[in-house]
Design a protein around this ligand. Sequence first.
Ligand code: DX5
Ligand code: ZN
Length: 217
Amino acid sequence: MNTKVSASILSADFGRLEYELRRSEEAGCDMIHFDVMDGHFVPNLSYGVPVLKSIRKYCRLPFDVHLMITDPLMYIEPFADAGANHITFHEEISGGKDAVISKIHSLGLTAGLSVRPKTPIERVFPYLDRLSMVLVMTVEPGFGGQGFIPETLEKISALRAEITRRGLSVDVEVDGGIGFNTSPKVRAAGANVLVSGSYLFKSEDMKAAVDALKRDF
Ligand code: DX5
Ligand code: ZN
C-alpha cells in the first residue's frame, strides 16, 4: 500500500512556520497535520482558525486538521473557510457524530473520525461508509513527543480488516510516536497515512526522514 506522510506542525518552530512548511513540502510530505486543542477535550492548548488562515497561503499541500475539541460542530465552517481540506474529529465527543460528518461534507471537505488509545476501534465502524480516513491515536492526544503505545497495533489491524471486508477505500492514519522505528510496525498492521511531528521536525535532513518513513520493508 502507498504510504503517505502528514507532517504535524505542532513540533515545528513557530517562529519560522513559512520555512517549516516549505521544508515539509520539499521533503516529500503529502499533507500538513494541524492539531487543534481546546484545553478541555485534552489538557493542552494549541492554535486555531486564524493561524490556519494565515499559513494556508505559504503551502500547497492539503491541510489535515485534527480537532481535539469537545464541540467540533460549531468550528467546522470557520476551519473550512480558513483553508482546511480534511477535518478529523473525535469519537469520544458527546454530541452527534453524523451531524458533524454531514457539516464537513456540506462544505466540500472529507471527514475523519479519531479514537483515543483506550477507545475500542469498533466504535468507528458504524460511520465507515461516510469517512475518508480513520485516525487511530497511538499516544494519548494532547502533546507531541510521547512514546508509541504498542497495544494500538491490534486496533489498526482490526480496522484495516473491517475496511477490507466491506470493500471500502478508507485511509488508516496513525498519530503519535511515529518515527523510522515504529513506521514498519504500523504499516504492517495496515496504516497507510503516518502523522509525524517531533521525528520529522527534529531531523536535520527531513527528506531522509520522510524517505525512512516510506521505505519498503
Ligand atoms: C498529539 C497530536 C500529534 C502530535 C504527534 O495529540 O495529535 O499530532 O503532534 O507528535 P509526535 O509525532 O511528536 O508524537
Ligand atoms: Zn494529531
